[in-house]
Ligand binder design. Structure first.
Ligand code: HEM
Length: 464
C-alpha cells in the first residue's frame, strides 16, 4: 500500500506529512508534538472519549500530563515488572493453544481465536474478569469493540459535516449504540470496584486508577500543587469519566493493534517457512518443550525478537500514527510548521525508506541482529512512536507479542491451508493496517502431538 496515495481520508491530506526525515534525529522534536484532533474535536472521537477524557485524543494540557502519568504509574504498579501481568498473558496463551489444537488440522481463520485471547488479556488486566470460551460478557465486549472499530474504519462524513448528525445516519447510530453498551459494562465494573476497593496492592488497572485518583485528590486538598494543574483543572481533577475512558482506551488502543500484529506475524511466517523453522530451532535450544517460554527467556531469543520487530517494521499497524498538532511555530528538516498545524508522521514511509533500510520491501528479520547475532535496533524503527506521546502500552504490547509468538511456535507449526493461496500481504487500512482475512493449518510439533485440544469442563487442556 502506498500511504502517499489519496486514499487516506481527505481532511488529513491538508496536513503536512513527514515521510522522509533527512536524519532520524529530526523526528524527535516532531514526535514531541502532542497528538490532537483538529478543532473542533471530531464528532466520533468526541463520542468515544466523552469529549477528550482519554489519553490518545486528549489535547495537551497539565491535566492530560497528570492523567498520562497516572496511567503510566498504574501500569507499573499493577503489571510491568511484576509477574502478575505475565501470568495473565500466559493463561491466555494456554487458552489460545487449546482453541487452535481443537481445529484438528482443519483450515481455520486465526482472527477470531487471536482476538478472543487478546481481549481476554485486556479484560483480566483492566477489571480482573477472565472469560471462558462463549461467555456472554466476553461476547458482548468483543461485539461492541468490533462495532466501534468497524464504524470508525468506515470513516464518517459526519466528522467533515457535523450537521449530518441531525439526519438519520446508520453508522453513527451503530457507533452510539456500541459506545452505550461499552459504557454500561465499564460503569458497572467501576462501581463494583469502588465498593470492593481496599488499600494495598491493586487487583487490576481499575483499582490502580482509582487509588491514583484518590491520591491526586488528596494532594490537591492538601494544597500540593506538584501536578502543575491550573486552578480550573485542579477543580476538575481526574474524574470518574477519565478513569472510565482510560479503561475503554486500553481496549480501543490495545486489542486491535496487538491482535493485528499477531495476524501479520502468522501471515509472514506462512510466506517464509524457513523463518518459522529458525525461530522454532532457537526455541527448542533455549526453552525445549518441558515448560512454557517466559519473559526471562527473551534475552536468549534474539531471532524470535527480530521476527517480531521485522513484522512491525514492514507492516506498522499504525502507519501514520495519531495526528499531532504543533503547539508553537517550529521547523523540521527545513520545513516551517505553523502553530496549530496538524502534522502527520508517515511511519510507513520511515519504515520503508531505502536510505535507511536495505531492500525495505523484503522481509528480513536479520536486519535487527548485529554480526554477532545479537539484538540491534536501527534508529529509524519506531512502531510505537517516540517522545512524550509514545505508546503508553508499549511494554504490555511487547510482553504480549513475545509470549504469544513464543508460546505458539513452541507448540505448533503453521502452514497454508491446502489448495488455498497464501495470505495477501498488502493489507487494508482501516483503524489499523490489517491483513485481509486468511486461513491456515495448525500442526502440533513433535513432542506436542499428545496435547489434547478438547476442553474438559471449562477451558482445561492437558498433556497425555
Ligand atoms: C502491537 C501493539 C501496539 C502498537 C504497534 C501500538 C502503537 C502505538 C502508536 C504508533 C501510537 C501513537 C504514537 C504517536 O502518535 O506519536 C500509540 C499510542 C497509544 N497507545 Fe499503543 N500500540 C500498541 C498497543 C497498545 C496497548 C496494548 C495499549 C494499552 C494498554 C496502548 C495504548 C496506547 C495509548 C493510550 C496511546 C496514546 C498515547 C498518547 O497519546 O500519549 N497501545 N500506540
Amino acid at each position: 500500500p502506498s500511504l502517499s496515495s489519496p486514499s487516506l481520508s481527505s481532511p488529513l491530506l491538508s496536513s503536512p506529512v513527514l515521510s522522509s526525515p533527512s536524519s532520524p534525529r529530526s523526528l524527535t522534536p516532531l514526535l514531541s508534538l502532542p497528538p490532537s484532533p483538529l478543532p473542533p474535536l471530531q464528532l466520533t472521537t468526541e463520542l468515544l472519549t466523552r469529549g477528550g477524557k482519554d489519553i490518545a485524543f486528549s489535547d495537551y494540557s497539565p491535566l492530560w500530563k497528570t492523567h498520562r502519568r497516572l496511567v503510566h504509574n498504574s501500569f507499573t504498579l499493577f503489571g510491568e515488572g511484576t509477574t502478575k501481568l505475565q501470568s495473565i498473558v500466559l493463561e491466555a496463551v494456554e487458552a489460545l493453544c487449546c482453541d487452535l489444537q481443537a481445529s484438528r488440522g482443519q483450515a481455520i481463520d486465526p482472527d477470531p481465536p487471536l482476538m478472543r485471547a487478546v481481549t481476554n488479556v485486556v479484560c483480566t488486566l483492566v477489571f480482573s474478569s477472565t472469560y471462558q470460551h462463549g461467555d456472554p460478557e466476553l461476547t458482548t465486549v468483543m461485539e461492541y469493540n468490533d462495532g466501534i472499530v468497524q464504524t470508525i474504519a468506515r470513516g464518517g462524513l459526519v466528522d467533515i459535516f457535523p450537521w449530518l448528525r441531525f439526519l438519520p445516519n446508520q453508522t453513527l447510530t451503530t457507533l452510539t449504540e456500541c459506545i452505550a453498551i461499552r459504557d454500561q459494562l465499564l460503569s458497572k465494573k467501576l462501581e463494583e470496584h469502588k465498593v470492593s476497593l481496599i488499600g494495598g496492592e491493586p487487583r487490576d488497572l481499575l483499582d490502580a486508577l482509582l487509588q491514583g485518583q484518590t491520591r491526586i485528590k488528596h494532594n490537591q486538598g492538601s494544597g500540593v500543587r506538584g501536578q502543575g494543574l491550573g486552578v480550573e483543572q485542579e477543580e476538575e481533577g481526574i474524574s470518574d469519566d477519565h478513569v472510565l475512558m482510560t479503561a475503554a482506551e486500553v481496549f480501543g488502543a490495545g486489542v486491535e493493534t496487538t491482535s493485528t500484529t499477531l495476524l501479520w506475524v502468522l501471515a509472514f511466517l506462512l510466506h517464509h517457512p524457513q523463518v518459522q523453522e529458525r525461530v522454532q530451532k532457537e526455541l527448542d535450544e533455549v526453552v525445549g518443550c518441558g515448560r512454557s517460554p517466559d519473559v526471562s527467556d527473551r534475552t536468549h531469543l534474539p531471532y524470535l525478537d527480530s521476527v517480531i520487530n521485522e513484522v512491525m517494521r514492514i507492516r506498522p499497524v499504525s502507519p501514520i500514527l495519531i495526528p499531532h498538532t504543533a503547539l508553537t511555530h517550529s521547523s523540521i528538516g527545513g520545513h516551517s510548521i505553523c502553530k496549530g498545524s496538524r502534522v502527520l508522521v508517515n511511519m510507513w514511509a520511515i519504515h520503508h525508506d531505502p536510505e535507511h533500510w536495505d531492500q525495505p520491501e523484503d522481509f528480513r528479520p536479520e536486519r535487527f541482529l548485529d554480526d554477532k547475532g545479537l539484538r540491534f535496533t536501527p534508529s529509524c524503527f519506531m512502531p510505537f512512536g517516540a517522545g512524550p506521546r509514545v505508546c503508553v502500552g508499549e511494554s504490555l504490547a511487547r510482553l504480549e507479542l513475545f509470549l504469544f509468538v513464543s508460546g505458539l511456535l513452541q507448540r505448533f507449526s503453521f502452514s497454508p491451508a491446502p489448495g488455498v493461496s497464501l495470505p495477501d500481504l498488502e493489507g487494508r487500512l482501516g483503524v489499523v493496517l490489517q491483513p485481509l482475512r486468511y486461513t491456515l493449518t495448525v500442526t502440533p510439533r513433535p513432542g506436542w502431538e499428545g496435547v489434547k485440544g478438547e476442553r474438559e469442563g471449562e477451558g482445561v487442556w492437558w498433556k497425555e
